[in-house]
Design a protein around this ligand. Structure first.
Ligand SMILES: NC(=O)c1ccc[n+]([C@@H]2O[C@H](COP(=O)([O-])OP(=O)(O)OC[C@H]3O[C@@H](n4cnc5c(N)ncnc54)[C@H](O)[C@@H]3O)[C@@H](O)[C@H]2O)c1
Length: 343
C-alpha cells in the first residue's frame, strides 16, 4: 500500500497540479495589495493601532513607522513586524525618525501631534499640531511628492485643509479620517439602545468631526428598516449627542490618552479601500468644490475611495433642516480654518 501511495504522491499529474496551485498562490499573494510602500507618521497610540491592523492584514508590502521619537518607532515596528509574521503576513515593518524613510511611499497616514486633554476641544491643540503638519508636509513634498495623504491629527478638518493646501495636489490625493469613526460610534450606541446586531446597522454622518457633526438620521437603518421604526425621536437625539461627544467620553474616562483602537480600525478601513481599489463609499474629510454649496473648505462627506484615493465626493440632496445643520457646521469649520490661517 505504501508503494502505491508514493507513486500517487510523485505522479507527473500531481506535480503539474502542485505547480499550478503554487503559481496561483503566488499570484494571489502578489495581487493582495496595490500599495507597495505605506508610511505612518506619528507612532503614538493611534498610529500604532492602525499600523498593527495594516501589517497583519497585509495591506502593503512595506510599512514605515516614522516618529520624532525614532527609537520608540523602531521598537514598535520590530514588535509589530514579528506579530505580523506570526499572523501569516509578509508585510515588512520598520521604524525610525529619518524623513528619508518616506522615499517612494505611495500612501502616507499622518497621526503625529498631541491629542487633546480632558476638557480641551480639538481646536485647542491647533497651535501645537499646525507646525507639526507643516513640517511633515514639507518632508512628504520632498520625499514622496505624489503620495496619497490621509490626515488623522486633530483638528482633522482644519489640518486636512492645511495639508491639502501645502501639498500642491488635487483633492483626490489629500483627505482626512473622521466620519468612519463617528459612524462606528453611532452604530455602537444604536446597537446598545435597540439590542440589534451592529452588523445590520447603517449610519451616515456629515460635517465637522465631533461637536459639529451632522447626523443624517433618515439614512440610518437597521436591516433596511428606518431607525425611527425602532426608536423615538428623543432616543435618537440622545444617540446623536453621545456620538458628537464620543471622543470626549473616552478621553474623560482614560484621562491619559484619547481613543486609539476605533480610530486605528477606521484608518485601516480607509487604507484597505485604497490599497485594494475597492470603490467603497465611506465618509471622508474632503475638500469641497461646490458640493453642498461650499468651496475652499474641508468637510466630512460621503466619498468613493478607490485605488487612486478619493475618487468622488457624493452630494446627497439635503432637506432644509439638514442643510441648515450642514451650513452651521461648515461655518464653524470655516471659522476654524480662518483662525489657522491667522496663526
Ligand atoms: N481624526 C480622528 O478621528 C482622530 C481620532 C483619534 C485621535 N486623533 C488625533 O490623532 C493624533 C495622535 O493621537 P495619539 O493618541 O496617537 O497621540 P500620541 O501622543 O499617542 O502620539 C502622537 C505621536 O506623534 C509624534 N510626533 C510629534 N511630532 C511629530 C513629528 N513632527 N513627526 C513625527 N512624529 C511626531 C509623537 O512623538 C507621538 O509619538 C492627535 O492629534 C489626536 O487628536 C484623531
Amino acid at each position: 500500500m505504501a508503494g502505491i501511495n508514493l507513486r500517487v504522491a510523485f505522479s507527473p499529474q500531481r506535480a503539474i497540479l502542485l505547480c499550478i496551485a503554487g503559481v496561483f498562490l503566488v499570484a494571489r499573494a502578489a495581487g493582495r495589495c496595490h500599495v507597495n510602500k505605506l508610511a505612518i507618521v506619528g507612532a503614538g497610540m493611534v498610529g500604532e493601532a492602525a499600523a498593527q491592523i495594516i501589517a497583519r492584514e497585509e495591506l502593503c508590502r512595506e510599512l514605515v513607522l516614522m516618529d520624532v521619537q525614532g527609537e520608540l518607532a523602531q521598537g514598535k515596528a520590530l514588535d509589530m513586524w514579528q506579530a505580523a509574521v506570526e499572523s501569516g503576513s509578509d508585510t515588512r515593518v520598520y521604524g525610525g525618525a529619518k524623513a528619508e524613510m518616506l522615499d517612494g511611499a505611495e500612501l502616507v497616514v499622518i497621526t503625529a501631534g498631541v491629542p487633546r486633554k480632558p476638557g480641551q476641544s480639538r481646536q485647542d491643540v491647533l497651535s501645537i499640531n499646525l507646525p507639526i503638519i507643516d513640517s511633515i508636509m514639507a518632508d512628504i513634498k520632498h520625499h514622496a511628492p505624489t503620495a496619497t495623504v490621509l490626515v488623522v491629527s486633530n483638528p482633522v478638518d482644519v489640518l486636512t485643509y492645511r495639508a491639502w493646501s501645502l501639498s500642491g495636489q488635487g483633492r483626490s490625493k489629500v483627505f482626512g479620517q473622521a466620519g468612519v469613526l463617528d459612524t462606528a460610534r453611532m452604530k455602537c450606541f444604536i446597537a446598545e439602545q435597540t439590542g440589534f446586531s451592529a452588523r445590520d446597522i447603517t449610519a451616515l454622518v456629515l460635517g465637522g468631526h465631533g461637536d459639529s457633526m451632522v447626523p443624517l438620521m433618515r439614512y440610518c437603518q437597521i436591516g433596511s428598516v428606518p431607525l425611527s421604526h425602532f426608536l423615538s425621536s428623543e432616543q435618537i437625539e440622545q444617540i446623536v449627542e453621545r456620538t458628537r461627544k464620543g471622543g470626549g467620553e473616552i478621553l474623560g474616562l482614560k484621562k491619559l490618552g484619547s481613543a486609539c483602537d476605533a480610530p486605528g480600525v477606521a484608518i485601516a478601513q480607509m487604507v484597505d479601500a485604497i490599497a485594494n481599489g475597492r470603490n467603497r463609499i465611506l465618509p471622508a474629510v474632503a475638500i469641497l468644490e461646490g458640493e453642498y454649496g461650499r468651496t475652499d473648505i474641508a468637510m466630512g462627506v460621503p466619498c468613493v475611495l478607490a485605488g487612486e484615493g478619493l475618487a468622488q465626493v457624493i452630494e446627497l440632496p439635503l432637506d432644509a433642516q439638514e442643510q441648515a445643520m450642514f451650513d452651521q457646521s461648515a461655518d464653524q469649520v470655516a471659522r476654524d480654518i480662518a483662525e489657522m490661517k491667522a496663526l
